[in-house]
Design a protein around this ligand. Structure first.
Ligand code: HEC
Ligand code: HEC
Ligand code: HEC
Ligand code: HEC
Ligand code: HEC
Length: 191
């Protein structure tokens, strides 16, 4: 796919033909992925409780501001808080009496086993999405991911397809033709 896009950039006249072709070969597989939602997570993480406690999105997903990937928290990050909550430690409540999802968390920590969160939002590997410029342009997480204060585990709010990216890039550059050229250029997202 990578090589294909390099080729696309050089021979722009063939693009239209290729889009049709690629839709046929890759559209199917991608479509299947997007219907399998929400995925079963190793642990049901309640966003609503944590966002309700005023914990910032960036505390758990710090990459969103500075890099391509927002990142997901490790169990150490969870435990920095959960290992100290008065409710469970002062006085100590036996782990067997904790809520089931917190028992799972305690087991991941005790066994030093990573929590393999299942991706919800994902672009195919021939697309490069970068959080940083979007946050720098003052877009809210909510614009693309919905209101997490009302969700437990993350669900797909928005079908992630090229039309969605392009529509917004067009809408945001109505007054800036130069930026529009850049944001609609194939090579901006495919390289
Ligand atoms: C900054 C502190 C903090 C961090 C970080 C944090 N939590 Fe929590 N979490 C809380 C507090 C406070 C509660 C509410 C207290 C309670 O009822 O247990 C809570 C509640 C929960 C609950 C619901 C428990 C119930 O009563 O059913 C789960 C499950 C949970 N957290 C899992 C996690 C996981 C997994 C992580 C890491 C991805 C995490 N938490 C990170 C503070 C935190
Ligand atoms: C312009 C739309 C957009 C905005 C705004 C946005 N995201 Fe995303 N987010 C995406 C897309 C698209 C993906 C899939 C990226 C991929 O597969 O590389 C994603 C993936 C993620 C992921 C999982 C994968 C990863 O990157 O680690 C997390 C977590 C996430 N976003 C959190 C956030 C948070 C927190 C904010 C706000 C600070 C935010 N996003 C703002 C579109 C957006
Ligand atoms: C205490 C930590 C914590 C906080 C605070 C938090 N999240 Fe998350 N987030 C997680 C964990 C753990 C997952 C993985 C489980 C899941 O997908 O539900 C996750 C998953 C996500 C995903 C899906 C990632 C993927 O795989 O595509 C998005 C989007 C997301 N969070 C956005 C947000 C936004 C927006 C906020 C703020 C309103 C926020 N989160 C606050 C811990 C947190
Ligand atoms: C809700 C609006 C919105 C959506 C949806 C969106 N973008 Fe963007 N995108 C922006 C804005 C605004 C900028 C920053 C423009 C600027 O430089 O001010 C941007 C910038 C970018 C850049 C950086 C361009 C550069 O300057 O090099 C890339 C790459 C990009 N977007 C890819 C994507 C992809 C891929 C998707 C879909 C998966 C997507 N965007 C969805 C609004 C959006
Ligand atoms: C703003 C980001 C962005 C720009 C600009 C962009 N694309 Fe895409 N493209 C995507 C995303 C995201 C996908 C994957 C989701 C999908 O298939 O719709 C994709 C998928 C594709 C596919 C695979 C189609 C399929 O159905 O799987 C082709 C071919 C493609 N793009 C060609 C192009 C060409 C040619 C251009 C320039 C005219 C272009 N793209 C510009 C984001 C972009």
């Amino acid at each position: 796919m990578q090589k294909l896009f390099a080729l696309l950039k050089r021979q722009e006249t063939q693009i239209i033909l290729l889009i049709g072709f690629l839709s046929v070969i890759s559209g199917g597989a991608w479509g299947v992925y997007q219907t399998q939602i929400p995925p079963e997570q190793p642990l049901q993480f309640p966003h609503n409780i944590h966002v309700g406690l005023q914990i910032q999105c960036l505390y758990c997903h710090p990459g969103a501001q500075r890099q391509a990937s927002a990142g997901l928290p490790t169990q150490q990050k969870c435990w920095a808080c959960h290992g100290q909550l008065k409710k469970y430690f002062q006085p100590a409540v036996p782990v067997e009496q904790w809520p089931p999802e917190l028992q799972k968390l305690a087991a991941f920590v005790k066994n030093n086993e990573p929590i393999n969160w299942v991706p919800v939002y994902q672009v195919p590997d021939f697309v490069h999405f970068n959080h940083r410029p979007h946050i720098a342009a003052s877009l809210n997480c909510e614009t693309c991911h919905g209101d997490m204060s009302k969700k437990t585990v993350a669900t797909l709010e928005q079908t992630v397809n090229m039309g969605w990216c392009i529509n917004c890039h067009q809408a945001k550059t109505i007054d800036d033709p130069e930026k529009r050229i850049k944001l609609l250029d194939c090579g901006t997202c495919h390289y």
